[in-house]
Design a binder for this molecule. Structure first.
Ligand code: URA
Length: 223
């Protein structure tokens, strides 16, 4: 099923949500439930990540490609236009790497660590390791929760400094806040955002409401 552009709901046209089927809503209900065990949280959040990665790949450009089939016939199909890579925003984004590897064989994956600078309260780059030819690739930027948008905005800034045009970045997340989407899309209107669900907003601690709590903690908790 095709993804929906969320523009009709006052959300920027570069934002695409997964189709809100009953199945998807059931998956989100499991991962949002505070009583869901760690094992189930891992399993069901991985299922959603897989759907999101597949949807992200739907937005990559293709070119006509003709092949010969074993029957001797000609098939006029398409092939991806360029190479891709993933970049996860540490630490939570690392949880999305396996989902990308499942669908893209031998995909290169870079990492960016961004944290809040306690003095300036701004998002600050602490570490990055990116594929050396990243400027030639389409980049799937991975971070599960788009809250204020500060980390994602900084991550795109870093990618741009490494030569990646913003229209070649596809930002993939599980849950987005309207505030985060607005901040991110105002800054980078040509970067596509693929999200599973747009929630109501942020609380005073910048957690997404209703959200699912702390994504990293939910995946690592002992229960
Ligand atoms: N990060 C999380 O893990 N959860 C939120 O609600 C916001 C940011």
């Amino acid at each position: 099923m095709a993804s929906a552009s969320a523009s009709s709901a006052g959300i920027p046209p570069s934002v695409f949500t997964l189709p809100h089927t009953a199945q998807l809503e059931a998956l989100y209900t499991i991962i949002r439930d505070k009583d869901t065990s760690r094992g189930d949280f891992l399993f069901y959040s991985d299922r959603i990540i897989r759907l999101l990665v597949e949807e992200g790949l739907n937005h990559l450009p293709v070119l006509p490609k003709t092949v010969q089939t074993p029957t001797g016939a000609t098939y006029e199909g398409v092939g991806f236009e360029g190479k891709i890579c993933g970049v996860s925003i540490l630490r939570a984004g690392e949880a999305m790497e396996a989902g990308l590897r499942e669908v893209c064989r031998s995909v290169r994956i870079g990492k960016i660590l961004i944290q809040r600078d306690e003095e300036t309260a701004q998002a600050k780059l602490f570490y990055s390791k990116l594929p050396p030819d990243i400027e030639k690739r389409y980049v799937l930027l991975l971070d599960p929760m788009l809250a204020t948008g500060g980390s994602a905005i900084k991550a795109v800034e870093v990618l741009k400094e490494h030569g990646v045009p913003e229209e070649r970045i596809i930002f993939v997340n599980l849950i987005a806040s309207p505030e985060g989407l607005k901040n991110f899309c105002t800054k980078y209107p040509t970067t596509k955002v693929i999200t599973g669900w747009i929630d109501e907003g942020l609380n005073e601690k910048a957690y997404i409401i209703p959200g699912l709590g702390d994504f990293g903690e939910r995946r690592s908790q002992l229960s």
